[in-house]
Design a protein around this ligand. Structure first.
Ligand SMILES: CC(C)(COP(=O)(O)OP(=O)(O)OC[C@H]1O[C@@H](n2cnc3c(N)ncnc32)[C@H](O)[C@@H]1OP(=O)(O)O)[C@@H](O)C(=O)NCCC(=O)NCCS
Length: 393
């Protein structure tokens, strides 16, 4: 049975914040010092907790941000820090907590939610499905050199932040699934909790063309790993200059590590394939509002088509049933009704929506039923570049 609405919400007082901290210590092996730092940075208004018989049993944090699909920023609710007190586990508490959250954010009008799952069945139960990948990219620092030293390179200052954000956005908007970052994500790039980061930019006559933020992570014998929290280039010369800059750490730097997609373009400039690209985790998405989500994203400007969907959603009756999706000139219109020629659960709609899975492959796995013509339309409209994400939250 679901708890009443009164049992779910942000913390009411310091005692409840302390209960959240207790859950986080049990759930994420956090030390009291970690928790102090967390409390200073956390916007307590973005915490949600579930009270059971007067006790705080579970907590999560929500993040309002955007995510790029088809060149448009779709508002998303990121979910992180989900934790249930060990004494409350295995009784459906996390499932109830997630259901409450999803109802709240859908009522606010959010079309989509995303998260990194430590376990999948819990999130599948409430309608999330695999939707994209975060990959760890590792390159020996000695392999990063190019001949490019021409472009001006300097340390990033506070006054550069707007230009840096604009530079990131020029690239991110064309990377399916990348975040339209808010303050939280930028803090994790520039000022993460546990390490010191330095930022450098390259600029030409027209302004900032690229940048890198990096931490030196000490290893044995003065050696260190280059932890790149973000690297972006908007011109070929900037890309080569940034690689040269990272390569200039080769006397003591061992490997450079950053995150992104399997299709990381900087790797294409390297001489040899002595790097590794390894799946860190697949992230999951939940379509909260079928019509709003489909209309919010961008679509291929040169593709047009009509899809007759029949969606199953056990949590939101508003999403249940038939929809007609019409795509033309880079935009979508969704109306109720139609013939329901493509039948799928709202979970599979999430995989399809982000471009993670093609309609053809979903059908082959028995995860979607459709006629050939509908599959072909979906392939044209929805099977884009593989979605990825650089950021963790
Ligand atoms: C993961 C975590 C949040 C799950 O919390 P929980 O309250 O035990 O989750 P639920 O009870 O809703 O579901 C857990 C299991 O209990 C089962 N369950 C649900 N209701 C039940 C009930 N009434 N009686 C018995 N079992 C039940 C579910 O089937 C589920 O099993 P499955 O996930 O293997 O399918 C919790 O273990 C935790 O805090 N872990 C540490 C932090 C963490 O990993 N967080 C997730 C980060 S993404």
């Amino acid at each position: 049975m679901d708890a009443t609405q009164d049992d779910f919400g942000p913390p009411r007082d310091e005692r409840e914040v302390a209960a959240v901290i207790d859950i986080l210590m049990h759930s994420y092996a956090m030390t009291p010092e970690d928790c102090e730092g967390w409390k200073k940075r956390q916007d307590l208004g973005n915490l949600r907790l579930l009270r059971e018989k007067g006790q705080v049993g579970a907590t999560l944090g929500l993040l309002r941000m955007g995510q790029w699909y088809g060149g448009r920023s779709v508002p998303v609710i990121g979910v992180g820090g989900v934790g249930v007190h060990p004494l409350h586990r295995g009784q459906g508490t996390a499932t109830r907590l997630m259901r409450h959250l999803l109802r709240e954010v859908r009522a606010e009008g959010a079309p989509l939610s995303i998260l990194y799952p430590a376990t999948q069945p819990l999130y599948r139960r409430v309608g999330y499905e695999l939707a994209g990948g975060r990959y760890e990219i590792r390159v020996p620092v000695s392999s990063l050199g190019t001949d490019e030293r021409g472009l001006r390179l300097r340390a990033i200052e506070a006054a550069d932040e707007a230009a840096i954000t604009a530079c990131y956005t020029r690239v991110a908007r064309h990377r399916q699934g990348w975040l339209d970052r808010g303050a939280f994500s930028w803090t994790r790039v520039r000022n993460p909790r546990t390490e010191t980061v330095h930022g450098f930019l390259v600029e030409g006559d027209a302004g900032v063309e690229g940048y890198v933020y990096l931490a030196r992570r000490p290893q044995k014998d003065l050696k260190y790993e280059l932890g790149v929290t973000d690297v972006v280039a908007t011109t070929p010369v900037a890309a080569r200059r940034l690689l040269r800059f990272l390569g200039d750490h080769h006397s003591l730097g061992t490997e450079a590590v950053w995150f992104g997609g399997v299709d990381e373009p900087l790797l294409w400039l390297l001489r040899e394939q002595d790097y590794s690209v390894k799946l860190y985790m697949h992230w999951m998405a939940r379509v909260l509002d079928v019509a709003a989500a489909l209309e919010a994203r961008g679509w291929p400007p040169d593709a047009a088509g009509v899809l007759h969907l029949e969606v199953e959603d056990d949590l939101f009756p508003e999403n249940q049933g038939r929809f007609v999706l019409e795509v033309a000139s880079g935009a979508a219109r969704v109306t109720r009704g139609g013939e329901g020629r493509m039948r799928l659960h709202v979970r599979q709609l999430a995989s399809l929506y982000t471009g993670f899975a093609s309609a053809d492959a979903l059908r082959a796995m028995g995860l979607l039923q459709a006629d050939d013509a509908s599959v072909q339309v979906a392939q044209r409209l929805l099977h884009g570049p593989t979605p990825s994400m650089r950021d963790m939250f």
